[in-house]
Design a protein around this ligand. Structure first.
Ligand SMILES: CC(C)(COP(=O)(O)OP(=O)(O)OC[C@H]1O[C@@H](n2cnc3c(N)ncnc32)[C@H](O)[C@@H]1OP(=O)(O)O)[C@@H](O)C(=O)NCCC(=O)NCCS
Length: 203
């Protein structure tokens, strides 16, 4: 079954994850415009991400997608805001007709431990006691993925994950808050562990 996860956040915003089981030709039939990607699996991921945009909103205008200098894809007239992520055999997208959005999916891997100090401040380590538990890799991945989602939501690049994106617990286990220093905004992040895939998104 190709759609692994789908969620209508509200009337204007939808999110989905596709488990890629199809050949490139399946996606190419529906995605008329896409950039050249040399590596075959990365190309498949890229196509699946683009495919999801119109899957979520059938009138999504592929032909208007523009790539910023930061490499963020966007629609200039802001008819839709969107964000894409891929990991392994999964592609994810969030699309909104009203809100700036950001999304990230990750498969938890031990090597994240090695860069933990680069994206978390000691204060954040203390704020989230779950990080000290023996079985904390999924939660650590959720914090990383939350910051990647905020990075994409912001879209202008040049963000220091450790200094500019302090995270705070939210109102439920699936909710985090980020006090994003570069624009002085409080950003809400939804984050979930979906049987081995960590998904985070901001709206
Ligand atoms: C751009 C970046 C977010 C991509 O993340 P990734 O995990 O490599 O890849 P993902 O699959 O999650 O996301 C890729 C998609 O993000 C989107 N994207 C690329 N650059 C973007 C940007 N600057 N802003 C928003 N979205 C961007 C694109 O849609 C891309 O997919 P596509 O080219 O197929 O359309 C990442 O490479 C990056 O630069 N992260 C910040 C690095 C950093 O400062 N780290 C600090 C470590 S302590």
């Amino acid at each position: 079954m190709p759609v692994f996860f789908q969620h209508q956040i509200n009337e204007t915003t939808r999110v989905g994850i596709w488990k890629i089981e199809e050949p490139e030709s399946y996606f190419q039939r529906n995605v008329p415009v896409h950039r050249d990607v040399t590596h075959p699996h990365k190309r498949l991921q890229h196509l699946a991400g683009r495919f999801l945009l119109q899957y979520l909103f059938p009138d999504f205008p592929y032909e208007l997608i523009t790539i910023a200098d930061t490499r963020k894809p966007f629609i200039p007239d802001e008819r839709y805001h969107f964000s894409i992520s891929h990991c392994g055999d999964y592609a994810a997208a969030i699309v909104s007709s009203t809100n700036r959005v950001g999304i990230d999916i990750e498969i938890p891997v031990d090597k994240l431990e090695r860069i933990r100090h680069k994206f978390l401040k000691p204060e954040e380590e203390q704020r989230f006691p779950a990080l000290q538990s023996e079985n904390h890799l999924i939660f650590l991945t959720q914090l990383w993925s939350a910051k990647e989602a905020v990075f994409k939501w912001y879209g202008l690049g040049k963000v220091d994950f450790r200094e500019h994106m302090p995270l705070f617990p939210g109102t439920s286990p699936n909710h985090l808050k980020c006090e994003f220093a570069l624009s002085n905004q409080a950003v809400d992040i939804e984050t979930r562990d979906l049987s081995g895939i960590v998904l985070s998104f901001t709206t």
